[in-house]
Structure formats: structure tokens, C-alpha cells
Design a protein around this ligand. Sequence first.
Ligand code: DC
Length: 263
Amino acid sequence: MRWISVCFRNREAWPGFELAAGDLQGQFVVIQHHSDLRVPKMIITIDGPAGSGKSTISRMLASRLGFRFLDTGAMYRAIALAVLQAGNNPNEEAANAAAAAVAELKFDGDSLFLNGRDVSQEIRAPRVSEAASLVAASPAVRDRMVELQRAVGDTGSLVTEGRDQGTVVFPLAECKFFLTASVTARANRRLLDLQERGISQSLEEVRQQIEERDQRDEQRELAPMKPAADAIIVETSLLTIEQVLEQMLEQIRRRKAESGTDT
Ligand code: DC
């Protein structure tokens, strides 16, 4: 086995390499090439509707496992923002396709850059949430996003969250989850989230927007939001984040043991 000790801050600069030990916050970590890994690459998909706890849980899970994290909703949001900024209508396929074709998306830690500009905050605005759900029905946008997401999956172990990660993007993922929660629980969580970002909306407005988005995401022709046949469903309405995380880690341990990859 070949072990390499290096100093690096940006893991993206090391395609084909995987974190093996060390602290991502620190500078010195041990990495090894995929071909040397004792534990094969593992893809964990986490799909589900808005407010189901996906984002928080996926980030925490990725951090605990030392895997890379991918927020695919942020990618659709960034394309929606590009469409809106160009003054175009997110219902128009040609405008969506054009935006997706030229958009350069780059994640840097928790930040997302669109064509070199940090849009991490802007993409969370309610008008962008609405537009993202429309843009996400576009075949050209989905094709491009799936291509980019699979490219990230090729670089190593990954926790990826979205609507179609287990069904379309990574159908062979080792471990798939689908998180759900009641509309009331989800609306309350989303309201808190918006308040923390300084965005003011009523609970009723948030609830209505969530229901509209759910309906669009579930009923679109292409890659509709639904659990993969082999996904583990986790109902999060009455659970704390820590409880959800524990359930998921237990399932991941089980999957690793079943496949003989537990070390
Ligand atoms: O998870 P989110 O709220 O940030 O997602 C924003 C929109 O993007 C959501 O309405 C549906 C769409 N989306 C999608 O269609 N497929 C994904 N894999 C992720 C998000």
C-alpha cells in the first residue's frame, strides 16, 4: 500500500485521491490513491423534499465519514439564478439550456461560485427556490448537471443530496436514503432557516411554496423526486438531527459489513 503525506487545502486539486486520515480543517493530512484504498469508494445518496433535513444531515454525515459532500440542489439554484440574472424566463427551455451550457460551477468548501462569483447566499432567496424548481424540469439542464455530478462521483467517496441521486445519477450507489417529514415540520424548519438568513416570510407562505415545489418536483416527466426502489426511507418529523444521523450511520455500517468492506 502506498501512503502519501501531503500539505493541501483544496481536495479538488487531487482528483483520484481520497482522504485516509487527518483533519480536513488542518493542513497536514494523509491521502492515498483510489487504487490503493483498503475500503473501496462508497457513494451515499440522500434524496428527499425541501425541509426534510437533507442538507444538514448530508453535510454532517460527509464530515463524519470524511467523504466529499455534494449539494445538487445548489447547482440547480445557480442555473436558475443565471437565468433570472439574464432577464430570462425559467419556463423557457432555450434560455435554460443556454444558461446551463455556459455556467461554470465550482464548490469551495460550503461556498458555490457561479462564473467566478460567490452566489452561496443569493441562491437561497425564495424567488430562486421557485425558479430552480422550474429550471430543474429542463432536459438540457438536467443532462449537464448529471454529467457534472457523476464527474464528482468519479473522484472518490461521496455523500450527495438531491431529488434524483439514488434513482438516476448514481443508480449503483452503495447506500441510498430518502428523507421525508410532514409538510408542517418541513415548513417550520424552512421558516427558521429563512429567519436565520434574514428573509421574512409567513409560515403559511412557506408552507404553500413547499407544497407547490413538492408537486412540481414529484410530477415532472424527467427524473421526478421519488425514493429509489432500494432506498432506506427515514421519517424525520419527530427525530432530532443526532437521531437521524445515528440511524443512517447504523445502516451504513450494516451495508459495509454486508459487502465485506468494513475494516
Ligand atoms: O434541495 P433544494 O431545495 O436546494 O433544490 C432546489 C430545486 O432543485 C428543487 O426544487 C428541485 C431541484 N433539484 C432537482 O430537481 N434535482 C436535484 N438533484 C436537486 C434539486
